[in-house]
Design a protein around this ligand. Structure first.
Ligand code: ADP
Ligand code: GLC
Length: 490
């Protein structure tokens, strides 16, 4: 059989940078489609038209008007800003025309109608996938991402003919669970209320739509693909994932190498590359100055950017804080999340104003400045499907200090004696989940930091790695091919 040179791919996601982003999913949905386009694929991105997305999208055309669940819906067409990736936006003002975080009300609770919002989004995607809106385009494969898109494979599975479906798990901890009443209120087909469908112990589980019905499932690193098949990391879904293991794989995320490039990054005090690595120091002193830290070039500056939630191991850091601060180090942190973690970190910053700086909030510019200005980048995650910040930090000559799980274990090469002699080290990895385990890793980093030649070699090794989408986007093409093979021919 001859291979099609190009697939038509409908990439469905609930966020995509630079239109809207709350975390790594936004980065991936903003960069993988572009990489696929670079591989000459006919890829289109489809997202809900949240208020911020409409504001940032530039010129949009209305390409279809229809009604779903008694709501007037428009499909708007444009491009992902700064790229040639075509974007379709599902515009249903009653459900999506809300500013700020796409999933949460301003008070921080999930929008009470999230189940309806992402059901309507899924139904709109199904209409596009079936070319029912007169767009004269039909995908070979619909690529779904996380629970917000979980119903799409479930709804498509009932159609003949249909496109193939791929479901990517970016984070199994978020499952889109709702009471049975919601299932009834949504009026979904009664056949879907079954343990082999959307029911999960008496509740409605959106993610199960993807896990049960997608032709191929993948997650964002090979290690996480193995881990989620165990009770420890499976969040109650490990049995189902073991059952589907033949269709489950892991593909490491790539990064947007234009967005995250220390040589051209306009957020930095001074750009630098492998040849001008000494200029990185300018970013360190600017960061120390801006955050009110002592501007000492020789103190190891530890950076952190991320959601302040259990996943990211904030409690491990807090547990080890006292011991860690007995080392000659400073800490620069940016993030937001659980109130208890925010409060505990702010308290530490108050106690050590010249050594610990904590910014609560979201800032694209400060995130880049920490990647560039810090000496090491901290990710003590309890679990990490892939993690992007450690990839950014290696590219910025800022060796990551990571807990050896998931994508962190797959991407960071620890400074063991053997790796140091072979010059393959790119960072520091530790096992265990006590503050003292993290402390020991940071103590190793702090000692090595004194050896300028060895340190530079670690930086250059990380900076020399190729973290682009090139390889992983090719792996997605193989996955699409496998998914297409699964569809029954009508
Ligand atoms: P996750 O998706 O679990 O949050 P990742 O490491 O995959 O973790 O991706 C997180 C992304 O979100 C990175 O691009 C990171 O820089 C960004 N990010 C997280 N928190 C913040 C913040 N407070 N301000 C700016 N960017 C942030
Ligand atoms: C998730 C994960 C993170 C991953 C990102 C993008 O939010 O927590 O590890 O890098 O998705 O795939």
């Amino acid at each position: 059989m001859s291979e099609p040179t190009s697939y038509r791919i409908l990439f469905a996601a609930s966020e995509a940078y630079p239109l809207i982003k709350t975390g790594g999913l936004g980065d991936v949905a903003g960069s993988l489609p572009r990489a696929l386009l670079g591989l000459k694929q006919d890829v289109r991105l489809i997202l809900p038209a949240y208020a911020d997305v409409q504001a940032r999208a530039g010129r949009l055309r209305t390409v279809a008007e229809f009604t779903l669940r008694h709501h007037a819906v428009r499909l708007l067409a444009g491009n992902l800003p700064g790229t040639r990736v075509p974007v379709w936006l599902v515009d249903c003002p009653e459900l999506f025309d809300r500013p700020g975080n796409p999933y949460l009300e301003p008070e921080g609770n999930p929008w009470p109608d999230n189940a309806l919002r992402y059901t309507l989004f899924a139904e709109a995607v199904v209409q596009v996938a079936g070319d029912q809106l007169g767009l004269d385009w039909q995908p070979d494969v619909v690529h779904c991402n996380d629970w917000q898109t979980g119903l799409i494979p479930a709804l498509l599975a009932r159609q003949v003919p249909r496109p193939a479906t791929v479901f990517t798990i970016h984070n199994l901890a978020y499952q889109g669970m709702f009471p049975y009443q919601t299932f009834q209120d949504l009026g979904l087909s009664p056949e879907l209320w079954h343990p082999d469908a959307l029911e999960y112990h008496g509740q409605l589980s959106f993610i199960k739509g993807g896990l049960v019905f997608a032709d191929q499932i993948n997650t964002v690193s090979p290690s996480y693909a193995r881990e989620i098949q165990t009770p420890k990391f499976g969040y109650g879904l490990d049995g189902l994932l073991r059952h589907r293991h033949a269709a489950l794989s892991g593909i490491l995320n790539g990064i947007d190498t234009k967005e995250w490039n220390p040589g051209t990054d306009s957020f930095l005090a001074e750009t630098y590359n492998r040849r001008s690595l000494a200029d990185k120091a300018v970013n360190k002193s600017a960061l120390q100055h801006n955050l009110g830290l002592d501007t000492d070039p020789d103190t190891l500056l530890i950076g952190f950017v991320g959601r302040l939630v259990d996943q990211k191991g904030v409690d491990i850091l807090l547990d080890g804080m006292k011991e860690i601060l007995s080392l000659p180090v400073q800490l620069a942190m940016l993030g937001s999340g659980e109130a208890q973690f925010e409060a505990a970190l702010l308290k530490t910053a108050e106690q050590y104003p010249k050594r610990v700086a904590v910014k609560i909030g979201y800032s694209e510019s400060l995130a880049h400045q920490i990647e560039a200005g810090a000496d090491v980048f901290l990710m003590p995650s309890r679990f990490e499907p892939c993690g992007l910040n450690q990839l950014y930090s290696m590219r910025y000559g800022t060796p990551p200090v990571v807990r050896s799980v998931g994508g962190l274990a797959d991407t960071v090469i620890d400074a063991t004696e053997a790796n140091l002699s072979a010059k393959t080290t790119t960072g520091f990895a530790f096992r265990g989940d006590q503050g003292s385990d993290l402390y020991k890793a940071l103590a190793r980093a702090s000692r090595l930091y004194q050896d300028k030649a060895k340190w530079k070699s670690i930086q250059l090794t990380g900076m020399g790695h190729d973290f682009s989408w090139q390889n992983s986007a090719q792996e997605y093409l193989i996955l699409y091919k496998a998914a297409i093979r699964e569809i029954p021919t009508a």
